[in-house]
Unconditional design. Structure first.
Lengths: 114, 116
């Protein structure tokens, strides 16, 4: 069975602060995919990144960066110099094995104050 | 239109009403999904369609009836719902055979449903 744990439920920061959102996953499969989605107040889940289990390179996209560590089964997401528009719920998700579904974490509500 | 669209965006219905939610994807994908998102709960997968065929029904009550006439359209027909069915219903699509893990799911904006 697959499991995704986002232990942080709510985070509040002041604009321009850096913030890291944690994600820990569990799977027995050796081939799996990890995702992050952003859900702003409008409701739509916006795809941010997909990572496969064979690619442990960290990724940077503008102010966003992701740290994938198989040794700790973690796929953490850092926002540098946060902005008010980053306020949203962020979901980490896992897909593992053949014909498997996306397993979502419970989400982290990020509030960025001006 | 681009991406995944859903209509209506908001819906209020009584328990005896019949209504339908519509989802349309403009991405050329072959798999489509319905999810339910309730307050304080993780996203719940309801149904999966691949090439218009239903491949997953996640023990969803029969008062929810999906329909997929083609790879671009997905409906969720609602009848005799309960107040606990109030939630955000999200539609998603992906490129190929759903569940392979190689495909990224792209979501619509959702329909916020309130059952009185």
């Amino acid at each position: 069975a697959q499991k995704v744990t986002q232990a942080q439920t709510e985070i509040s920061v002041v604009e321009k602060e850096d913030v890291t959102l944690d994600c820990v996953y569990e799977t027995r499969d050796t081939t799996y995919y990890l995702f992050w989605y952003k859900q702003p107040p409008s409701g739509e889940l916006v795809f941010l990144i997909r990572r496969n289990s064979f690619d442990e390179q960290n990724e940077i996209s503008g102010r966003y960066s992701w740290n994938f560590q198989k040794s700790t089964s973690s796929f953490n997401f850092t926002i540098t110099a946060s902005q008010v528009v980053d306020s949203a719920v962020y979901f980490c998700a896992l897909s593992a094995g053949a014909n498997s579904k996306l397993t979502f974490g419970k989400g982290i509500t990020l509030s960025v104050r001006p | 239109e681009t991406g995944v669209t859903q209509t209506p965006r908001h819906l209020v219905m009584g328990m005896t009403n019949k209504k339908s939610l519509k989802c349309e994807q403009h991405l050329g994908h072959n798999a489509m999904y319905w999810y339910k998102q309730s307050a304080k709960k993780p996203l719940e997968l309801m149904f999966v369609y691949n090439f218009k065929e239903q491949t997953e029904n996640n023990s969803v009550p029969s008062r929810f009836s999906p329909e997929c006439p083609n790879s671009s359209h997905l409906f969720l027909h609602l009848h005799t719902l309960q107040p606990e069915d109030s939630a955000l219903y999200l539609c998603a699509s992906s490129q190929g055979w759903a569940g392979t893990g190689t495909d990224t799911q792209y979501f619509g904006p959702g329909t916020r449903l309130t059952v009185l």
